[in-house]
Write a protein of this length. Structure first.
Length: 282
């Protein structure tokens, strides 16, 4: 039986030479150094932004300075917080719904080729439609509440997860699959002990993308028709030429996207722990 801290059947385990090479490569750059570089780069960008605003006397209605954006974050904190909540609800609900349907469809693809050949082209066709064209249709069908925004977020997250999960379920080692057949394993046992563990890295790669895409979908849905949310606040601030509030809203959306992305990464670290632990120090 596969355990949480052991690679799935058929997974490649590095040999001693590769292990030493990986440890050397990892040891060459510490996490603190990576974080320091990221913070320094961000600080340099903000400093350059502030310098451009000051040197060229850019009007506030065109582009605010970082100081003005920080002031807007402080003075409009309640407005931002009130409008963040509906967007967060729509994002999480759409993320969960879209990914559950995608995973279920991917499992169906593996076990039923007819289902795959009939549904996959339809999914590709829907994915090619611009989301800004689908959004008004969903608003007309579902109204101006949470439902159309959740549906848009779910549509955006559905396709990347479907593709990655289907590839992951098919990416099993041929020899491991043959061994399971020799042992007379049932379909469920093959899925539980071979296909599912093998697909997890593919799944989480898609979930990281979907976590930020779901937020984008919720915001786009709020542009079309809403009286609350970060998307609504972006439109309102744009029409009123309140550019500090506009930039502050985009800052909140960016922070929210980063938090969701890192949350998925943390869950992946524990759910697929064998990726980090199957190479052990001497």
């Amino acid at each position: 039986m596969a355990s949480a801290d052991r690679p799935p059947l058929g997974a490649h385990v590095a040999g001693p030479a590769a292990t030493r090479g990986r440890r050397t490569a990892r040891g060459a750059e510490s996490p603190w150094r990576r974080h320091a570089i990221a913070v320094a780069t961000m600080a340099a960008v903000i400093a350059g932004w502030q310098a451009i605003i000051v040197v060229f006397h850019v009007p506030t209605y065109i582009a605010p300075s970082p100081v003005q954006v920080a002031q807007a974050l402080r003075t409009e904190a309640r407005t931002l917080l009130v409008n963040t909540w509906p967007t967060l609800v729509e994002t999480i609900a759409g993320f969960v719904l879209g990914n559950l349907v995608a995973v279920a469809a991917a499992v169906g693809f593996v076990h039923n080729r007819t289902f795959r050949h009939s549904v996959y082209p339809l999914a590709v066709t829907v994915r090619t439609l611009p989301i800004v064209a689908i959004s008004p249709i969903l608003v007309l069908l579902l109204g101006n509440g949470y439902a159309p925004k959740i549906a848009i977020a779910a549509l955006i997250t559905f396709f990347p997860t479907l593709v990655n999960m289907a590839d992951g379920l098919d990416a099993v080692d041929a020899q491991a699959l043959e061994l399971m057949r020799v042992l007379s394993a049932s379909r469920w046992e093959v899925f539980r002990y071979l296909r599912w563990p093998t697909s997890l890295p593919y799944l989480f790669s898609a979930l990281r993308i979907a976590s930020t895409a779901a937020l984008l979908g919720a915001i786009v849905g709020e542009w079309i028709g809403s009286n609350a949310g970060l998307g609504y606040l972006i439109v309102a601030a744009t029409y009123d030429y309140r550019t500090p509030l506009l930039y502050a809203t985009m800052t909140v959306a960016s922070v929210l996207a980063l938090l969701l992305f890192n949350l998925v990464s943390i869950i992946e670290h524990y759910a697929v722990s064998w990726r980090a632990t199957h190479v052990r120090p001497d």
